[in-house]
Design a protein around this ligand. Structure first.
Ligand SMILES: CC(C)(COP(=O)(O)OP(=O)(O)OC[C@H]1O[C@@H](n2cnc3c(N)ncnc32)[C@H](O)[C@@H]1OP(=O)(O)O)[C@@H](O)C(=O)NCCC(=O)NCCS
Length: 283
């Protein structure tokens, strides 16, 4: 392939309809609102061919000087195998500098990421489906408060402790779009959960909680009054609540690899446990 025929440039908002087409072609569920959220909070790059047509996209999200996640990496099928995926990854790896990097790899992407120095750190379980009936709020040994201007700082502090990095701008933006709950025990925050419109319906994440009962309490209170399609991207720490989620009508549809280049900061986080991701791309 003649590499000079391809130019990397910054992603623009006007690129989003083409990027949405790319993710639809690979059967990912993103809607335009998901793309706008990921774009507005991220750093995107595009590859154009000599005719100015887009032939690849990638984004990364900056969580401070030590951590970033990478995602929405797509090269359309007719252009795959020409080194464009590698060119996108090289672009991001030079932009992110010394940061530790995290991504969730599809089967198609795994080999490319391994070649870029990423290794498998954990699995993520995609659990989703239509709720079969009304979700009753479970009794929980905590005070559950709505996510609002008073509880947002507690949510941000828990998240920073659990992830070992700063996701404040992202979570503040998500809080404005969806709804959430924060759990308190003896005046201290012990967990939070957020729900937003996304993909085929709604996504429930992040969920962070001190233990399974608190996680279930938060989720059941948040789903109370909701219906339709719900998606979770569960961590291995959420295995204990998966059977309960399945009893609500959801099922595991995929198991994907969380890959790391550098250090996996959430592994040494000292906040509540991470049960469910905000999205596979955001982490
Ligand atoms: C993953 C993806 C971005 C790779 O893009 P690409 O332009 O085809 O990748 P490259 O041509 O740069 O290939 C990079 C390496 O991966 C290998 N590779 C690419 N596609 C492969 C495939 N389907 N199976 C095995 N290896 C593959 C290449 O052989 C190359 O290795 P090499 O240097 O040893 O030859 C592209 O396949 C894609 O968009 N897939 C669908 C969406 C997706 O799954 N994205 C990943 C999200 S995490």
């Amino acid at each position: 392939m003649n590499n000079t025929a391809f130019t990397v440039r910054e992603m623009r908002e006007t690129d989003l309809p083409t990027c949405l087409e790319f993710t639809q072609q690979v059967k990912w569920p993103h809607r335009m609102g998901d793309w706008q959220l990921h774009y507005s909070q991220g750093n995107g790059s595009i590859i154009d061919n000599a005719q100015g047509d887009i032939v690849g996209c990638i984004l990364w999200w900056d969580y401070g000087p030590h951590y970033a996640t990478v995602g929405l990496v797509v090269v359309p099928e007719h252009m795959q195998g020409n080194g464009l995926g590698r060119k996108l990854m090289d672009t991001v790896m030079s932009q992110t500098g010394e940061r530790n990097l995290q991504l969730v790899a599809t089967v198609a992407g795994k080999r490319l990421y391994q070649q870029c120095g990423f290794t498998e750190a954990a699995f993520i379980y995609q659990v989703q489906g239509q709720l079969v009936g009304a979700v009753q709020p479970l009794p929980v040994d905590a005070v559950i408060k709505p996510l609002d201007a008073d509880s947002l700082p507690d949510l941000l502090a828990m998240d920073a402790a659990a992830y070992g990095c700063n996701r404040e701008a992202l979570l503040t933006a998500v809080a404005e779009q969806g709804k959430g709950l924060v759990a308190y025990k003896e005046g201290s925050a012990v967990g939070y959960a957020m729900l937003r419109t996304s993909g085929h319906g709604q996504t429930l994440g992040p969920v962070l909680a001190a233990d399974d009962d608190t996680a279930k309490g938060l989720i059941s209170h948040l789903l109370n009054g909701e219906s339709g399609f719900i998606r979770f991207d569960l961590t291995e720490q959420a295995k204990g609540i998966q059977p309960w989620l399945e009893s609500l009508g959801l099922s595991q549809v995929d198991k994907v690899s969380l890959m790391i280049k550098g250090e996996f900061l959430p592994a040494r986080g000292n906040g509540p446990r991470i049960y469910s991701l905000l999205s596979q791309a955001f982490g």
